[in-house]
Design a protein around this ligand. Structure first.
Ligand code: HEC
Length: 108
């Protein structure tokens, strides 16, 4: 039993380490070149129908990109873009946009 638990823990830690290593904001930054026309390299959208991605939580970004890729979420532009993204590329992109610091100013 103890051996089983230890190996399960080791596998979980290895998976977490792999994930942390896989999500590289710098690699995401270069991948985001293909997103900049609409979302901006800094994650501030350039076209009115695209959402800002700057500072967005990586879990949300990953979930949405995977939903576009699988067809669960559909959009004429994003479905095409997400189709060829690998899990690794999605992690990098999500890490990039999450790493951008944003501030919000409420109206007076
Ligand atoms: C041609 C313009 C265009 C390009 C290029 C583009 N997007 Fe989008 N993206 C959109 C639009 C428009 C939406 C809003 C979709 C909708 O209304 O459902 C969107 C939505 C998203 C969302 C969902 C955000 C949310 O708030 O739900 C994510 C995440 C996203 N895009 C990531 C990316 C990434 C990463 C890239 C580059 C690999 C990229 N997009 C390239 C236009 C674009």
């Amino acid at each position: 039993m103890r051996i089983l638990l230890t190996s399960a823990l080791a596998m979980t830690l290895a998976a977490m380490a792999w994930h942390a290593q896989a999500a590289d904001p710098e690699r995401g930054r270069s991948l985001a070149g293909q997103c900049r026309t609409c979302h901006g390299l800094n994650g501030i959208a350039k076209i009115p129908i695209a959402p800002h991605l700057a500072g967005e939580n990586r879990i949300y970004i990953e979930t949405q990109l995977k939903a576009f890729r699988s067809g669960k979420r559909q959009h004429e532009m994003m479905s095409v873009i997400a189709k060829d993204l690998s899990d690794e590329e999605i992690s990098h992109l999500a890490a990039w946009y999450e790493s951008i610091e944003i501030t919000a100013t409420m109206p007076e």
